[in-house]
Design a protein around this ligand. Structure first.
Ligand code: UD1
Ligand code: UDP
Length: 379
């Protein structure tokens, strides 16, 4: 820190989930006022990032606008490190905060390392133990952890995973997951102003009287066979006339290519564009069951008391399985159909899952993160 000025912190992110999980941190830093807080987005995602920036009233100080249609991992990595490195050379921050496990997190961290700028890692310590599942996220977060000197672990288990990788205890802080802050704040805003989530209402009205099954899928390791098998399972499930499936389709072209041909013309399946966060929160609130390969949704759903079936082979969020808020089902058609039917038909089983407490936090994570940053950077 240079004398006589506020320490400069750059908060960086690039994708929808990072933006959702970092907006509470940006708000808390700005409200505190002790830091010169700048937001630099890589825009690894475009429309989905912009949806979150708009609803959270964040105008980035720098927008690198890097997304390209069907971007390859290597080309995107090269663009992030080169362009973010140039930003660091001009801005010369005292610290950079990154989030989670995206290419943005890893490549921004590397650019910082090359300049010896300290990195704080929000949502640190999630591990599946398999660098190909989720791919490439497991490696992204491990590399980020090697570079960071502040690790904000959402749970005690995440802290243990970092300790096992010889990360120093005094650099790890259990903060809870900022997604719970984001969710509670957004739900409050929607209750105060229902117009924020009006876009989803016509669809909920159309499916009135049916139980809502919400679906999302986007993991790269599920592309191909996994996504096709998920689509086939949804075709089977949609034969039940007591349910309706709402599926906001991730804009990665690989997802629509797998889903549209099989699911497009089924009356009780609605394939829709990605919802902005307030509308998605409203839809989760109205849902009876969630089928997803998303990380963030596993952390949000327990706050709605909605059971989650995780369409992945491994998980870095075993807390959800242990707490009984989620079940790890994989992507086999038969397993998915059986697990969904079980919960839809067995009231006791459903109630048991729906009664559990969210293990990922209580909505105070951003505040705790700012407190730690103050201890590190302020005299
Ligand atoms: C990325 C992250 C993943 C995270 C996910 C959240 C990497 C390697 N992957 O995966 O960890 O879970 O975001 O959603 O960092 N697209 C658009 N508009 C958008 C966003 C994406 O059109 O707003 C399309 C583009 O064609 C883009 C493609 O989706 O090229 C893939 O985006 P990308 O960020 O490379 O990977 P994701 O699969 O979205
Ligand atoms: N989400 C959203 N609109 C949608 C689908 C998801 O706002 O149409 C939110 C969701 O509530 C969660 C986050 O996006 O907070 C999850 O993003 P995604 O599944 O793309 O990524 P992951 O969490 O797997 O990294």
């Amino acid at each position: 820190m240079q004398h006589g000025r506020r320490p400069k912190i750059i908060v960086s992110f690039g994708t929808r989930p990072e933006a959702i999980k970092m907006f509470p941190v940006v708000h808390a830093l700005k409200a505190h006022g002790a830091f010169d807080t700048r937001v630099v987005v890589t825009a690894q995602h475009r429309e989905m990032l912009d949806q979150v920036l708009k609803m959270s009233d964040i105008v980035p100080d720098i927008d690198l606008d890097l997304m390209q249609e069907g971007q390859s991992l290597d080309a995107l990595s090269a663009r992030i490190i080169t362009r973010f490195g140039a930003v660091l050379d001009v801005e010369r921050p005292d610290r950079v905060l990154v989030h989670g496990d995206t290419l943005t997190a890893m490549m921004v961290s590397l650019a910082c390392y090359f300049r010896k700028i300290p990195v704080g890692h929000v949502e640190a310590g999630l591990r599946s133990g398999n660098i190909y599942a989720p791919w490439p996220e497991e490696l992204n977060r491990k590399v980020t952890a090697i570079i960071a000197d502040l690790h904000f672990a959402p749970t005690p288990r995440a802290r243990q995973a970092l300790l096992a990788e010889t990360i120093a205890d005094e650099n790890i802080f259990v903060s809870g997951n900022t997604v719970v802050d984001a969710l509670l704040e957004t739900r409050r805003r929607v209750i105060a102003n229902p117009a924020l989530a009006a876009a989803i209402e016509p669809l909920l009205k159309r499916f009135e009287g049916k139980r809502i099954v919400a679906v999302t899928a986007h993991r790269r390791e599920n592309f191909g066979a996994g996504l096709t098998s998920i689509a086939k399972a949804l075709v089977k499930l949609a034969q039940r006339d007591d349910i309706a499936i709402i599926f906001p389709v991730h804009p990665n072209p690989a997802v629509s290519k797998a889903m549209l041909p099989l699911l497009e013309r089924i009356p009780n399946i609605a394939l829709i564009e990605p919802l902005d966060y307030p509308n998605f929160v409203r839809m989760l609130d109205a849902s009876d069951l969630i089928l997803t390969d998303s990380g963030g949704i596993q952390e949000e759903a327990p706050s709605f008391r909605t059971p989650v079936l995780v369409m992945r082979e491994t998980t870095e969020r075993p807390e959800a399985i242990e707490a009984g808020t989620a079940r790890l089902v994989g992507t086999s058609e038969a397993a998915l159909v059986a697990a969904a039917n079980q919960l839809l038909d067995d009231k006791n089983d459903y109630q048991t899952m729906a009664s559990k407490i969210n293990p990922f936090g209580d909505g105070s994570a951003a505040h705790k993160i700012v407190e730690i940053l103050c201890k590190r950077h302020l005299p």
